[in-house]
Design a protein around this ligand. Structure first.
Ligand code: SAM
Length: 375
């Protein structure tokens, strides 16, 4: 039986507008002291963090950390022209606390959006760290400003109940996905493969946060190779700070209260961005001394993307961070050395005893992406 939501409070938002001269972008900053909060009758409440937190965190596979508005702004400024007239879905986001939903509702008119939908997972608590204790979930739809103040007011955003727990794979969430043009969120890392597969299946445009380790997943790498997915602009210094109650392992200089530092976090997208068309300027020349051949693969080793030689036409092994500079008109992705190449690069293998890593002079190296210059 569907339980109806009841309104439990009206809270207030404070707004501020700033203008970035360099990017010519207007940002609306809002501090949500609250919004209209509706709660499904009988929803469970979050208990204070203690041992239960650790157990819940383990159960959630460390998926509970939350993106800062500033990180979302910094990435999405590059995609502005894609949003005009579009419906955006944030489907791993409690709309009452998600900075993704906040970004799109506050910039709704500025981006010229048609609709913003956000669904949350297993929770009706207005608590960033509710640990999904409820089997029910809610969603919100915002269709723009109705009272002329160009701000999302509480009575313009209504919280609606979902029938199930808000799993992005559920039938009702897939129905919402079908309505969307662009999906933008930070999904659970533990379900990243399935999450991306669903976006591809339903032919959706997307900008999502993931870990750069996912680049060489056997489900993700072919998408990069086939130009169905690429990296966005990324987080400052290749690491992000996220709101979380997990224990932070960052060094003192990098620690921020109430946050965890996640290194290697990045953005994945299939929306066209200027960066993808920029050519990497190659200035170094090949020498066998500086670029040794692998003992086990017929390819040379390149330690840094900026050192890719301009005059080598064979296969080169580069660090996975090369993907930040990858322009498919300039380079071809051959394959990855991860998992011994998954049987896809047998023709490049030399006679050797190990293929768990590329080997130079008997020394195993970190996994590489094999690339070749386009002629
Ligand atoms: C990394 S967190 C990011 C939350 C939010 N998108 C943000 O960036 O602030 C991933 C979120 O996905 C939710 N989640 C986990 N499994 C899910 C599922 N099967 N369907 C939808 N959401 C899920 C988690 O509860 C968690 O809130």
């Amino acid at each position: 039986m569907l339980r109806m939501p009841r309104c439990v409070g009206i809270l207030v938002c404070y707004h501020g507008i700033s203008y970035n001269r360099r990017t010519r972008t207007r940002f609306v900053h809002t501090f949500f002291v609250g919004c209209r909060i509706e709660r499904i009758a009988g929803a469970q409440h979050h208990t204070p963090m203690a041992n239960t937190t650790l157990t819940a965190a383990r159960a959630a596979k460390k998926d509970e950390f939350y993106t800062q508005l500033s990180d979302i702004e910094r990435e999405l400024v590059h995609y502005k022209e894609h949003f005009r007239g579009k419906t955006v879905l944030c489907n791993c986001d409690d709309p009452r606390v998600s900075n993704f939903f906040k970004y799109f509702t506050l910039n709704f008119e500025h981006l010229g959006l048609r609709r913003v939908i956000a669904t949350c997972y297993k929770s009706q608590d207005v608590d960033l760290f509710s640990m999904n204790t409820s089997e029910r979930a809610v969603y919100q739809i915002y269709e723009g400003d109705r009272d002329g103040n160009r701000m999302p007011d509480a009575d313009e955003i209504e919280v609606r109940p979902l029938q199930g727990d808000g799993d992005f794979r559920s039938a009702e969430c897939i129905e919402l996905l079908k309505q969307a043009d662009i999906v933008v969120t930070n999904p659970p890392f533990s379900l990243f493969r399935e999450y991306v597969a669903q976006l591809i299946k339903y032919d959706k445009k997307f900008v999502i946060v993931g870990h750069q380790n996912a680049i060489t997943y056997k489900e993700i790498f072919p998408l990069l190779k086939e130009n169905k997915l690429w990296l966005g602009y990324g987080f400052k210094g290749g690491a992000g700070h996220f709101y979380s109650k997990y224990e932070d392992v960052a060094t003192a200089g990098d620690h921020r209260e109430g946050m965890i530092r996640v290194s290697g976090v990045t953005w994945f997208t299939n929306l066209d961005i200027a960066k993808k068309h920029e050519e990497l300027i190659l200035y170094k020349h090949y020498t066998p001394e500086e670029y040794p051949h692998y003992d086990n693969y017929d390819a040379i080793n390149v330690n840094k993307t900026s050192d890719i030689p301009c005059d080598y036409d064979g296969v080169m092994g580069v660090p996975i961070t090369f993907l930040y500079k990858y322009n498919p008109e300039q380079f071809e992705l051959v394959w990855t050395t991860d998992r011994g190449g998954d049987g896809m690069i047998e023709y490049l293998k030399k006679e050797h005893t190990r293929f768990d890593a590329p080997v130079v002079n008997g020394q195993g190296m970190y996994k590489r992406i094999l690339i070749r210059k386009k002629q």
